[in-house]
Design a protein around this ligand. Sequence first.
Ligand SMILES: Cc1cc2nc3c(=O)[nH]c(=O)nc-3n(C[C@H](O)[C@H](O)[C@H](O)COP(=O)(O)O)c2cc1C
Length: 131
Amino acid sequence: MLKDDMESVIQTFHQSDLIILATPLYFNSVTSWFKIFIDRTQILYNAKYKLKDPIFKEKKKVVVIANAGAPHYPGQFEGIMVELKHFFWNINADVIGYYKYNDTDEVMIKDNEAARLELANAGAQIANLQF
Ligand SMILES: Cc1cc2nc3c(=O)[nH]c(=O)nc-3n(C[C@H](O)[C@H](O)[C@H](O)COP(=O)(O)O)c2cc1C
């Protein structure tokens, strides 16, 4: 078995009420680092489907933030949505917020008034969640 800090990452996941994942769009999908991270959560998949004893007993709440450098084009975020939908099934998680921003090579999220407002509202809602 590969021994690295993934064990503590999964432990932190386990102890978290809410997980926020963020990725830039790379070739219409998550980055290769993010994909490596997903692949390393296979232990969660095996526990849930093979051993029928999920490590996350209760569904985890997840928020996703994705940014794409290019202006909008059809299907821009579809790859991420499909990849992450299956990932969240596998690890027993529910997405409670999906925030996607395009054209960020032109206007960064920090300079995008509408995006900042949307994320501030999301933060306020999260702060009021009961766990
Ligand atoms: C390898 C690579 C692939 C990218 N692919 C896409 C893409 O498919 N669609 C898009 O809108 N932007 C794409 N971009 C732009 C990035 O989403 C954007 O520049 C992002 O802010 C890069 O984040 P980073 O600086 O953390 O790598 C790509 C950028 C890189 C470097």
